[in-house]
Design a protein around this ligand. Structure first.
Ligand SMILES: [Zn+2]
Length: 144
């Protein structure tokens, strides 16, 4: 496998090549699997730390602050979803100009640690509330 690297230290590095992914099987793990099943049921599942009370999205097995398991405390996240940050994409992977620019953002939920990537429909603004319109990976949200 030959790698063509571009960029310098401290700047974006990209390379193009083929990966032989057919030979590998990845699992989401027990909490990741529950999170994905939640998406299929149109639910955002987080895991709550029984010690500090933090809720992580996506759900994870351990609290990174308390170093204890959170996997037994999955909760549905229903707080306000908002745009934490976003970018607008004008060109595709091959450098062709897109007919319609694409907005991609990190969506956070009030009272929750972490967030989820999403395609954003509408005019994005940081802090603006969004409504989830599709629970895939990534999510699709619409600016309210
Ligand atoms: Zn904790």
């Amino acid at each position: 496998m030959a790698w063509e690297k571009r960029g310098t230290e401290g700047s974006l590095v990209t390379w193009y090549d083929n990966m032989e992914v057919e030979a590998y099987v990845y699992t989401a793990g027990p909490v990741g699997e529950a999170f994905i099943k939640g998406l299929n049921d149109k639910k955002i599942l987080g895991s709550r730390c029984p010690k500090c009370g933090r809720v992580y999205v996506p759900a994870r097995m351990y609290c990174e602050y308390c170093f204890i398991k959170t996997e037994d405390t999955l909760v549905e996240v229903k707080g306000r979803a908002y745009i934490y940050t976003y970018t607008t994409v004008y060109k595709d992977h091959y450098g062709n100009t897109l007919q319609t620019p694409l907005h991609i953002g990190l969506i956070k939920f009030e009272g929750v640690t972490g967030g989820l990537l999403a395609y954003i429909d509408g005019k994005p603004e940081i802090g603006k509330e969004v409504e989830i319109v599709s629970y895939g990976i990534p999510l699709k949200v619409k600016v309210k």
